[in-house]
Design a protein around this ligand. Structure first.
Ligand SMILES: Cc1cc2nc3c(=O)[nH]c(=O)nc-3n(C[C@H](O)[C@H](O)[C@H](O)COP(=O)(O)OP(=O)(O)OC[C@H]3O[C@@H](n4cnc5c(N)ncnc54)[C@H](O)[C@@H]3O)c2cc1C
Length: 508
């Protein structure tokens, strides 16, 4: 008797979700083809070099260390990841170093209030008005303290930098659905040696056993019912057509928002509503390298395991009055000193995080410029010099304080990244949790027509918008397909239950 043919499963996208999905499907006996628009794997997990050092253009944090498969992979691959503890400094709106006791007091208030906001959102989500923002919540709480007016203002100015976690201003962050920003328990670790080996590990099975087709930009996904049976037909921009029994679509939410008409027949209304309702954030990064870490004025360097160093690790620049910027755009910034990383990962580079309208404005300014060109460097230096020149040790005449290389991300110009960074949940959202559940279950699409969604925007609630969430979503979609076509469930991790709220705070 002839053996039963292996089901043919297509996956659109070779990011973490697609690669993990392929891994599980292959382990369970499916024949897997991955159609990837780019000429590489990884999607938003991607590295580039600055001044001879490898850096992550997408994620560089692991959010939550407990029972997090990405943390386990980091350990297994000897990836160096650490909680970058150390001195945090704030630069006031008029460009002065804020008294460090005050900075600590404001930071403690903000973290405690963020925890309270998660708790409030978890327990009162149903009754919280859709227009209430995270900022409203923090503002109300700061008014109830006995802080001085100066301290209250510092708390409110500092809390706005939480925008860099969600990828948009916190005045737009929904309080009702703030619980969907909550992360896995444990610390937030910075991946000092980059996500490179983590990606290689996740991709191993797919690279060895899937049929990966690069430069295959999918433009049409059809699911006709023929003789009561569905079939999935995928067309790429180059005109190639691929037929599958089942298809997993891992294109980012931002891509789905712009390409709902790629699906034939039309996507079910519930899925269209979900795609429209959830927002897509705008986080960007700028790496800027100097001949030496001039801000490290304390020669007692932690990288060499001596006493704790007084060198700054994080610097926050509150809404500045000392540099011009477009009206109505928040221009506050946050940077991390990569000189604070453990040896051998440390280098004299500052990593600036920009978000929301400010990130969009910066990306627009460099959109047409060649990376590394004189004009590109000049535009970015003009934007950032007002900030890094406020760091300790800065001397305008010293060559140590002149940048040698600058590298900025432009995810908002990248259609394959959905022209943004990751999903977020903004005010006026009414059914955010149900929207995510609809995308996961593929209501009216997966069981009926063989098309399933995966990707960070379909992750378990505790991991939405993260690499861990993308990884779990790939597993989940593989299990859905296996269940439907009658394959096993080998290699899938512990089931996760969304009804259990996690206790830890932390964004992307
Ligand atoms: C700046 C930035 C910082 C971040 N920081 C963190 C962090 O610190 N920690 C963290 O955990 N997460 C972070 N994230 C989020 C994290 O990168 C994502 O959650 C995760 O990488 C998403 O994986 P994915 O597989 O869902 O999507 P992707 O990685 O985007 O994979 C989708 C794949 O589909 C391909 N594709 C898209 N459209 C098509 C098409 N039409 N046809 C064929 N292929 C297509 C893309 O090229 C891509 O390879 C960050 C993201 C950004 C952008």
């Amino acid at each position: 008797m002839a053996a039963k043919a292996k089901p043919r499963v297509g996956i659109v996208g070779a990011g973490i979700a697609g690669l993990r999905c392929a891994d599980i499907l292959i382990q369970n006996g499916a024949r897997v083809t991955i159609l990837e628009a780019r000429g590489r794997i990884g999607g938003r997990v991607h590295q580039s070099e600055i001044a001879g050092h490898l850096v992550d253009l997408g994620p560089n944090w692991i959010h939550g260390t407990e029972e997090n498969p990405i943390m386990d992979i980091a350990d297994a691959t000897k990836t160096i990841a650490r909680d970058p503890e150390g001195r945090n400094i704030s630069i006031s709106c008029d460009g002065q170093l804020v008294d460090e006791q005050l900075t600590t007091k404001a930071a403690e208030f903000i973290w405690t209030t963020i925890e309270k906001a998660f708790e409030y959102s978890n327990h009162h989500g149903d009754s919280i008005p859709v227009e209430r923002s995270l900022f409203d919540f923090i503002q109300e709480h700061v008014q109830k303290t006995n802080f001085s007016d100066k301290e209250k203002k510092l708390c409110l100015d500092s809390c706005k930098l939480w925008g860099a976690y969600v990828g948009d201003p916190i005045e737009r962050q929904s309080l009702k659905f703030f619980r969907l920003e909550e992360c896995i328990d444990g610390n937030n670790y910075f991946v000092a040696s980059t996500y490179k080996r983590i990606l290689e590990h996740v991709a191993k099975t797919a690279l060895a056993q899937a049929d990966i087709r690069f430069k295959q930009h999918v433009i049409k996904i059809e699911a006709p019912q023929i003789d009561g049976k569905h079939q999935v037909k995928v067309t790429t921009a180059s005109g190639d057509i691929h037929d599958f029994d089942e298809l997993v679509v891992t294109c980012p939410l931002g891509w789905l928002k712009r390409n709902t008409e790629a699906f034939h027949p039309r996507l079910p209304d519930r899925l269209l509503e979900a795609i429209k309702s959830i927002s897509y954030g705008r986080l960007e990064k700028v790496y800027i390298t100097f001949p030496e870490a001039f801000w490290n004025t304390d020669s007692n360097d932690t990288a060499h395991n001596k006493q704790p160093s007084a060198n700054p690790v994080f610097a926050q620049f509150l809404e500045p009055t000392y540099t011009s910027h477009p009206k109505d755009i928040q221009w506050n910034q946050e940077c991390l000193s990569l000189a604070s990383l453990p040896t051998p990962c440390a280098h004299p580079t500052l990593l600036f995080y920009t978000y929301g309208p400010c990130a969009t404005n910066i990306v627009e300014q460099i959109a047409d410029l060649v990376e590394g060109s004189e004009k590109y460097n000049q535009v970015l230096t003009t934007i950032l010099e007002p900030f890094y020149s406020k760091l300790p040790g800065y001397n305008p005449t010293s060559t140590s304080c002149k940048p040698t290389s600058i590298l900025a991300t432009r995810w908002q110009k990248d259609p394959y990244a959905g022209n943004g960074s990751y999903c977020n949940f903004q005010v006026d959202l009414t059914t955010g949790d149900k929207d995510i559940e609809a995308l996961r279950s593929g209501v009216g699409l997966g069981p009926e027509r063989g098309i399933w969604f995966a990707g960070e925007h379909t992750a378990p609630f505790v991991a939405l918008g993260t690499t861990t969430g993308a990884y779990w979503s790939g597993e989940r979609a593989a299990v859905q397909v296996c269940g439907k076509v009658g394959l096993g469930r080998i290699g899938v991790g512990v089931a996760r239950d969304d009804s259990l709220p996690s206790a830890s705070a932390g964004g992307k």
